[in-house]
Design a binder for this molecule. Sequence first.
Ligand SMILES: [Zn+2]
Ligand SMILES: [Zn+2]
Length: 173
Amino acid sequence: MTETDWDHFAELFVALCRSFHKAVTATTPQQARDYFDHLQDYPVRVIESAKADIIRGAKFFPKVVDWRRACDSIQSSRPTPRVPLTQQLEDGTTAPVYCCANCQDSGWRPACGCRYGDMDAHGMCAQHPRVDNGGVEYRQAMMACACRESNPAYQANRSRVSGAAREAGRDAA
Ligand SMILES: [Zn+2]
Ligand SMILES: [Zn+2]
């Protein structure tokens, strides 16, 4: 977040207070500011998705550490597609080439049946918005793409990732 996200964040914070039946008082803006300072390294959309997860899953008003954990789990659960090959188009621009357009070779696609590329960067599908009773939007569930066994790009990426994990494990040992 940057300073320009402050107003947006302050609204999120007040909405979170209301969800937990926490009184909004004269000290709420200062409290929101403390949270803002300690969450600033996350993009505001991640913080907003984390807030939705907290409202659905947490019993108590989140501490900063709880909110950070929710942000971390959103960032780590979002599959990152490998850097694709590119092709040169006639107009001189380049476009990515995937072995599987459904999952963009990530091995994951949204469970609504749309393509990976149809979601925005936060896993929201515009065709199939998931909205809870409070009107809060949340991410599409992900499912394994059927291409996995036969997708050479996915396989190559997976062996590269598990190789890197082995390397890291060895260094730690
Ligand atoms: Zn696929
Ligand atoms: Zn969809």
